[in-house]
Design a protein around this ligand. Structure first.
Ligand SMILES: [Zn+2]
Length: 292
């Protein structure tokens, strides 16, 4: 039996994202629909969100317009589909600080947030640079950084330093330094609780946008192809991709990528009344299914 229920929850989508923004070098690859998701873990007495989406208000609203984000619904509507409220979320692990992963800070009033120390520090540092470097802030809402620092002051934004096992029982974080961002992290869920787990999932954040990044569009003879946006090293990104696949025993279906549209065909799923995919990756002991 699984320790945690795992739901991947779509909360918005971009109908016409350039393929080149998702997969490195696909310059004439046209556009594709791009889902935006976060992932909820429920079990072991915890309700844990992996990334927290965006807030379609003030600064966040500008990003919604800039990236043509459609069909955004607030966490109250999205979480209701799995019988949960934003107030019940007690912990949020942030993979990195981009607007569509950390922009929802204000919407979880009881949560403590966890991020790699260097990730937050690096963005504050980049904000002090000359205006000519503003490309570095392409996907960063500086308003989120100010709010994140305020949360740190209140003790609700906690810095993690490097790889940490059992941040919560069976949930490990792994630092991917100098990759998609300065200090992204991915999250390993050992859903049987065992150290040598036979039931592992990895939530990638943006270290892997889509499974194309794992197989290069050629599953028969796969090669790693980095995501379309990285402020760090492409080589480090590929090394991280390799580590992620090793962690799941090369089973790509266990790589939970927040921008992968096919997750819904790999696990039980349904379309919600708001037109979002709800993917039930695992169901914890004694917990109710929300896809049937
Ligand atoms: Zn990102």
């Amino acid at each position: 039996m699984s320790d945690y229920s795992i739901w991947m929850l779509e909360y918005a989508k971009v109908p016409d994202a350039a393929m080149s923004s998702l997969v490195y070098g696909k310059h004439n690859g046209g556009t594709v629909e791009l889902p935006y998701c976060y992932t909820l873990l429920k079990g072991q007495g915890h309700t844990i969100l992996l990334d927290c989406g965006l807030n379609n208000a003030s600064h966040g609203e500008q990003f919604v317009k800039r990236f043509n984000v459609q069909n955004w619904f607030p966490p109250r509507d999205v979480l209701a589909e799995v019988g949960c409220t934003p107030e019940e979320v007690t912990h949020v692990i942030l993979t990195h600080a981009h607007f569509d992963h950390m922009g929802g800070l204000e919407l979880f009033p009881n949560a403590t947030f966890y991020i790699q120390e260097e990730e937050l520090a690096s963005w504050v540092s980049i904000m002090t640079m000359d205006r000519r470097f503003r490309w570095l802030l392409t996907a960063v809402d500086t308003g989120d950084m100010i709010y994140a620092v305020q949360l740190a002051r209140e003790g609700r934004m906690r810095g993690l330093r490097g790889d940490i096992d059992d941040v919560f029982p069976g949930v490990d974080v792994r630092l991917a330094k100098d990759t998609h961002t300065a200090a992204s992290q991915y999250i390993v869920i050992r859903n049987d609780g065992k150290r040598e787990s036979e039931d592992v999932f990895v939530y990638t954040g943006d270290l892997v946008y889509r499974h194309d990044n794992l197989h290069g569009g050629n599953p028969a003879d796969p090669f790693y192809l980095p995501v379309g946006l990285a402020s760090g090293s492409q080589t480090n990104l590929l090394m991280t991709t390799d580590s992620i696949l090793k962690a799941v025993g090369d089973d790509m279906s266990r790589v939970l990528a927040p921008h992968e549209p096919s997750m819904a065909s790999l696990y039980p799923s349904r379309v919600t009344k708001n037109g979002h995919q709800l993917v039930e990756v695992a169901l914890g002991a004694g917990q109710q299914s929300y896809v049937h």
